[in-house]
Design a protein around this ligand. Structure first.
Ligand SMILES: [Zn+2]
Length: 313
């Protein structure tokens, strides 16, 4: 597997990709759903590698566990709750509203341009520049991004034919009750040697581990799974994929920790020092180090459907 070093320049991310007022409305709607759909504590071994897992934190009655072997973070949430969450009308309506969609375009346009460029480059590398790819984009939340993909040079068809050459699965992995089943279903949509491309938050990232329960990523049921890079690879292998490359081009870990620095524990001496006593250029260098080392919390993964994989293996 190629441990790629891809990298998002951070200047245009300075205002952040999240509009705080939009996020606070979203969060309120999510909290209402969670309050009405409690999850009893069910503890298990790691859903990624099977290793032993301790309780890591609890949020809104949901216990997140952390694997002592692969360092993935996960919660055991009932299938039925996740299915209801995914079609929860107030949330779907808000995310389809002009307020949500326009704010995303304003904040994310440069990130999407970067993503399209990256996809084009990767398809040239792994699919040898095959024209008119059949693309399935699962769970896309942003209308403008869908338009950009449909109009891209590599897209032949969008969400209308199987088996697909490429399945895009952006920011969906975090909200799954049964990740192996989801990956197996995706496998069924792909032709042999087709590509699965995922964007995800990983629980091995700096801001998640520095902020722990203060991280906004622990938001049931929007976030149920935060695998480590190792956990993702393990699960993809088990589901019949070979990982071609994984990179963590996230640019915002240090900024996230800085924004929540008052929540840092008094004993987090290294992080306290880094955030409070070093300058912006050190922060930027540290962020670059996280990107290069696979330790940022935003990951991109490309995996290929393994030919001749027998699900009973
Ligand atoms: Zn594990």
């Amino acid at each position: 597997m190629l441990k790629a070093y891809s990298y998002i320049e951070s200047e245009y991310l300075d205002p952040g990709i999240v509009d705080r007022s939009v996020f606070s409305i979203e969060r309120k709607i999510i909290a209402e759903f969670t309050a009405n759909n409690p999850t009893p504590e069910v503890l298990s071994n790691c859903v990624f590698c099977g290793g032993f897992a301790n309780v890591f934190i609890s949020k809104e009655s949901v216990s997140y566990q952390r694997c002592s072997q692969c360092f993935s973070i996960f919660a055991n949430v009932d299938d039925e709750i996740i299915n209801r969450y995914k079609i929860y009308a107030p949330l779907m309506q808000f995310r389809n509203s002009p307020e949500f969609q326009n704010s995303a375009v304003k904040r994310r346009q440069d990130i999407w341009n970067d993503l399209l460029f990256w996809l084009e480059f990767r398809f040239a590398r792994y699919l040898h520049g095959e024209p008119a790819l059949k693309i399935i984009n699962i769970g896309n939340r942003f209308n403008h991004l869908a338009e950009m993909i449909k109009n891209s040079s590599f897209c032949g068809s969008y969400n209308d034919s199987e088996p697909a050459d490429v399945v895009l699965y952006f920011d969906q992995f975090r909200c799954l009750a049964n990740p192996i089943r989801a990956l197996t279903e995706i496998r069924g949509l792909l032709r042999d040697s087709g590509l699965l491309v995922m964007n995800m938050t990983v629980g091995s990232g700096f801001d998640i581990l520095a902020l722990r329960d203060k991280s906004e990523n622990f938001l049931p049921y929007e976030v149920v799974l935060l695998p480590s890079t190792e956990g993702v690879e393990h699960l993809l292998n088990k589901a019949g994929f070979d990982v071609l490359e994984m990179s963590t081009p996230g640019a915002l870990d240090v900024q996230h920790v800085e924004l929540s620095k008052d929540a840092l524990g008094a004993s987090d001496l290294f992080v306290q020092y880094l955030i409070n006593k070093t300058d912006r250029s050190t922060h930027a260098e540290f962020q670059r180090f996280l990107q290069k080392s696979g330790m940022s919390s935003h990951a991109r993964v490309i995996a290929k459907k393994r030919y001749g994989f027998d699900e009973t293996d």
